[in-house]
Design a protein around this ligand. Sequence first.
Ligand SMILES: C[S@@+](CC[C@H](N)C(=O)[O-])C[C@H]1O[C@@H](n2cnc3c(N)ncnc32)[C@H](O)[C@@H]1O
Length: 255
Amino acid sequence: MSDKTADRTAATAPHPVLKKYYESASERRPFVSALFDNAAKHYDWVCAMGSLGSGRFYRGWVLTQSGLRNGMKFLDIATGTGLVARAATHVLREPRAVVGLDPSAGMLREARKALAVPLVQGIVEDLPFTTNHFDFLCMGYALRHVTDLGVAFRECRRVLKPGGRLLILEISLPSSAVGQRVFRLYFESVLPLLTRLSTGSGEAELLMKYYWDTIAHCVPSDQILDVLRASAFAGVTRRVRGGMLNEYIALKPAC
Ligand SMILES: C[S@@+](CC[C@H](N)C(=O)[O-])C[C@H]1O[C@@H](n2cnc3c(N)ncnc32)[C@H](O)[C@@H]1O
């Protein structure tokens, strides 16, 4: 898709309107909800293919690396089928310490099959929790789907306790030209085709095509870091693994 068909909607939108999929910014949320609802039962499979099977291990590992510890109250924002929440229950060993939130009824239905933690339907831009409630928030691979980064980050900050921590996991294009070519070939062409062949689902294939386009058009990481700082987070940092796995960490100041 060319940049001519994409117009930037707002300074902190994670990517421009993608006219290949929907016409205006207001159509983005219903499009994304339907996309995940329709592909939910295939999500874990396509996710495993996308990460070459490493996704489950990585989610648990990165939570402990980022400071998740026993005794913490944890919110998995955009829990989807619950992959991050499942990893958190293994770390915390206390299912009541973990809450999952997602707008997609289809994804939550899948999550309920494997998770015995509270699951709440909602969006990150309007979290249905009291102020100063959680010690640790994680939002995995959903930053590209929010309406406005600033609104989302300020809401995350609100529900965190003072001293609490936000971890955002996100994929980005590798920095090297060769890496970008390989990544593009796999995510734009190979993965959607593999998804179609292995699931027989056009909806799962569409999810993977959209996945590629949102990564290709996502705002740069420096802009994400700037919006986190402007949302009154402290200690804002970004780690990158393998050139494309991004971990944004931000702390709510203790007072
Ligand atoms: C790619 S899935 C990620 C699921 C899970 N976090 C993981 O690690 O696999 C993205 C999820 O974000 C959810 N989502 C989309 N828009 C959202 C929003 N505004 N607030 C919270 N979650 C949202 C979708 O319904 C979907 O389940």
